[in-house]
Design a protein around this ligand. Structure first.
Ligand code: CP
Length: 293
């Protein structure tokens, strides 16, 4: 339903005047406790294109810096009666906790190592645009599977939609019981990418403890980085994805990230449409979908 509605919201994003009045009078608070470019900006653009009032909460300028707890902050924001709160936080599960404290709808914009649901949805939208159907597709996800919230949402989302997912990473970056996620594990990069419809690279998260999981970034690039020399193993219509931000020359080389197989900027563009669809469904309910249908 979200993917179908996002196809409709995409048409708004392609107009000269990219604005509809649907969410006029609704307030959305954006709470980003971790850095973000794509998610934060696309949520704000989505809100503005739907005519919602966006409030961007700056953590460093807030009373959190004076010692106010997150729970008190949440209760105080809730007292101002927003319709939606979008939150990114380093603690897994914090959006869920926030949802219990507030009357507003809470959207998880990435919680620690756990999940990044709207990223998985925009990834699915990008795949569906190119491949028409998710069911039966062969998808490789390469990188820090254990600590990537993008993998945390994409693996259940893709398998639920009927794709066959193969993962590949240094052993230190695979969950202990990885096959319980319903995925296959490839022994090498070549095996992982061969005959796949989609190859998704994950960022090495040096701001967390990723760099302690392998000897050096250079070695990671040598064994796990996608390079020009690997393109000969890809299916002709394979698409290469990356959630961003890219570490060029680590998990993906610049020539591949900017090359003809890459749909990385399509993913970014679809982020606005997906986030518009999620906001519409939360605030307008199922009737929004039925009207657009
Ligand atoms: N893909 C993603 O979450 O990017 P940002 O961290 O820039 O939001």
């Amino acid at each position: 339903m979200i993917l179908d509605l996002a196809e409709s919201t995409k048409t708004i994003n392609e107009r000269t005047v990219k604005k509809v009045p649907t969410l006029r009078g609704r307030t959305v608070v954006n709470l980003f406790f971790e850095p973000s470019t794509r998610t934060r900006v696309s949520f704000e653009i989505a809100q503005k294109r739907l005519s919602a009032d966006s409030v961007n909460f700056s953590v460093s300028d807030s009373s959190i810096s004076k010692g106010e707890t997150l729970v008190d902050t949440a209760k105080n924001l809730s007292a101002m009666n927003p319709s939606v709160v979008v939150i990114r936080h380093s603690v897994a599960g914090f959006p869920h906790r926030l949802a219990k404290l507030m009357d507003a709808s809470v959207i998880n914009a990435g919680d620690g190592f756990h999940e990044h649901p709207t990223q998985a949805l925009l990834d699915l939208m990008t795949i569906r645009e190119r491949k028409k159907e998710i069911k039966g597709l062969k998808v490789a996800i390469i990188g820090d599977i254990a600590r990537s919230r993008v993998a945390g949402s994409n693996i259940p989302c893709l398998t639920k939609m009927g794709a066959e997912v193969t993962v590949m990473a240094p052993k230190t970056m695979l969950p202990f019981d990885v096959t319980r996620l319903g995925v296959k594990v490839a022994p090498s990069l070549k095996d992982a990418i061969k005959d796949k419809d989609v190859v998704m690279l994950l960022r090495i998260q040096t701001e967390r403890d990723a760099a302690t999981r392998f000897p050096s970034l250079r070695e990671y690039n040598r064994y796990f980085g996608l390079k020009l020399e690997h393109l000969k193993y890809l299916k002709k219509d394979c698409i290469i994805m990356h959630p961003g931000p890219i570490n060029r020359g680590v998990e993906i080389d610049p020539e591949v990230a900017d090359g003809p197989f890459s749909v990385i900027l399509d993913q970014v563009a679809n982020g606005v449409s997906i986030r518009m669809a999620v906001l519409l469904l939360l605030l307008g309910g199922r009737s929004i979908y039925e009207v657009s249908d």
